[in-house]
Design a protein around this ligand. Sequence first.
Ligand code: TUI
Length: 314
Amino acid sequence: MLNSELCQLLGIQYPILQGGMAWVATAELAAAVSNAGGLGLIGAGQMPPEVLRGEIQKVKKLTTKPFGVNIMLMSPFVKEVMQVVVDERVPVVTTGAGNPAEFIPALQEIGTKVIPVVASVALARRLERTGVDAIIAEGMESGGHIGEITTMALVPQVVDAIALPVIAAGGIGDARGVVAAFALGAKGVQIGTRFVASAECVAHPNYKQVILKAKDRSTVITGSTTGHPVRISENQLSRDFSELEKKGASIEEFDLLGVGRLKAAARDGDVRNGSVMMGQIAGMVTSIKPAAEILQEIVSEIPAIINKLTYQPK
Ligand code: TUI
């Protein structure tokens, strides 16, 4: 039922990618999603290159299926991390938080599929000309580093602007979201927050609990004034950020407050002063399940959702 050209392109069963979330998406989660028929990804975040190599080698032991690495382009190790991905011949690379143009030729030379995340039509157009394989259009419903346009508005505009397959991301957490994304013209979806609440995800139990307890309005956007808006759960850290913004603090002051906070939340469980990145769909995530079950549930509910799209008088 759920199929598209993305499945052939990436060698996967379902056109569902797992978000490559820093400190959260490790080898265990990536392998679980890939083994279940989606595309699992390791979130490289700001990982040192040799740590990433270890994670890649672990995924290779846990699955024979295709997998990917998300490279966060603001990482201080971005060049070294790209080299590791090339050395290890990672099948798929997604990128975030910047323009990956300079890295694309080296990846494509070894046959790696390159799928950048964009938050605007302009960057989607520019990257299409560099020969990337697909584009992820990420709306501002997502957790973490975001753009300024919603998924509902961004996806159809990117679909109209380029010929490449578009993968929708941001605010998608169940079969309804998948069907909606396909209605907007997407050929696949990327799901992040819902997979954080999975058994295989290494995020600290406190972090998962924040997602399970979340309501629709539990996230806030911090750092808009610095040009790097980030969606996180509302907590002491978000209030501290908001105070800084009111004082008109510099980008340096923001960075200082932000350093190490994602790890503090995701690994040490400090959900008060740490950065609990999660998307707006956190409010509908109510249980922790194995990643394969999450994927199967989404896929199996799609036919019923499609059936309900047309009015059937009784
Ligand atoms: O990358 C993400 N989400 C993230 S990355 C992250 S870790 C982090 N660490 C330190 C500082 C900030 C974040 C947590 N969440 N999503 C993909 C994404 N990319 N969303 C938006 C963008 C984006 C924004 C602007 C992509 C390209 C872009 O263009 C810049 C340009 O050069 O045109």
